[in-house]
Design a protein around this ligand. Sequence first.
Ligand SMILES: Nc1ncnc2c1ncn2[C@@H]1O[C@H](COP(=O)(O)OP(=O)(O)OP(=O)(O)O)[C@@H](O)[C@H]1O
Ligand SMILES: [Mg+2]
Length: 406
Amino acid sequence: MKRNLICGLDIGTSSVRAIVGEMNLDGTTNIIGVGTSPSNGLKKGVIVDLDKTVEAIIDAVEEAERMVGTSIPTAFLSIVGSQIGLVNNRGVVAVTGEDREISEEDVERVLQAAKVIALPPDREIIDVIPREFILDGYDGIHDPVGMVGVRLEVDAMIITGMVSSLRNLYRCVERAGLEIEGVVLSALANAEVALTRDEKELGTVLIDIGGGVTEISVFQNGYLKSIATLPVGGDHITNDIAVGLQTTLHNAEKIKLDHGVSMQHLVPEGATMELPHIAGKTTREIPLQELAMIIESRLMEILHMAYEELVELGYPDPLPAGIVLTGGVSLTPGLVELAEQIFQTSARVAQPSYMGVKSPIYSTAVGIIRYVQHTQMHLLSEYRGGRAGLPGFFEKVRNWFLEMFD
Ligand SMILES: Nc1ncnc2c1ncn2[C@@H]1O[C@H](COP(=O)(O)OP(=O)(O)OP(=O)(O)O)[C@@H](O)[C@H]1O
Ligand SMILES: [Mg+2]
């Protein structure tokens, strides 16, 4: 049996995560491989040390390979919002088929036409996302294939990336022995697992708080509207704890995970923890209130900064579907309550629902797989139907399987 496998690689500031998903023809996904490795080569989401990043990628991928029981030749990557730009553009083509029926090729051509924009030399296009198609003046069309018309237009969002940072990302992945199949904007990957169709439609703010980066993205009318990133995250909380309680970063991280909460009032009266001195074997007793105060102040700062970004982007009022939180920091108990206070709207934490990856730390990596599957579904069904002329990248996916199972 041939299986359609793809690998999603999330190269984050805290960890590199490699996830292998099996794409089923009914649109569902099984997660069959998971690999994680601590990442030391990034600062604020940007690669600063190639060797360390390559090592972390190799470790994560090898772990996933052991689970899957086969080598992983290719991967899809995520890229953070600070590295990208969004540009809206339109494309238009004449429908060529004799019967004027719109084919996959017409859609491909109109998307290519939308890609024609003047780009500064330091930027390149990483993705084109159709918002709607317009056929002979009628707008609001999501999938024009099979419809009949003469003039096909698309209203698309072009995602551009900084050439230099993309090169470093590609270089690391290639040096780790993987071929790159595509790049997915992390906000779009997260949204695949974190947001419902209704939330995207009504309007919601997705906040991914990772180790070094907080990414804020606004979805409305079904689309990604805006994106902003802040160079702050859970590492700053760990740092504050190390400084505030005079302990090592290693200890600070551990007590944050073991005892940390988002708000002081969540700590039971008089609760304490034992903290070893930096040097020596003795320990001292620390009130958990003190720990919670340090975490609360930093989280409030991060959320306030996120709020200010939203105001700047033109969203001073809460959106109808509220706030959705994801990323490692969203595991801090009480964060939902804190976010609801600051944003004055409802909030929830989102995570993938698949066995083995049910944690917001996996949202981006699992989201990459969902995004690819979602955007490539038509190719998958075409492949199944045995039609020729598959666009390049799915062909590669197919090759992986042919090599594996034939
Ligand atoms: N249970 C937990 N409680 C509190 N914080 C947590 C918990 N688990 C992980 N974190 C924090 O989440 C952060 C890592 O999150 P995540 O794995 O989403 O980051 P990343 O994707 O590697 O980095 P980034 O997206 O910033 O580049 C770390 O600061 C870690 O301490
Ligand atoms: Mg992340």
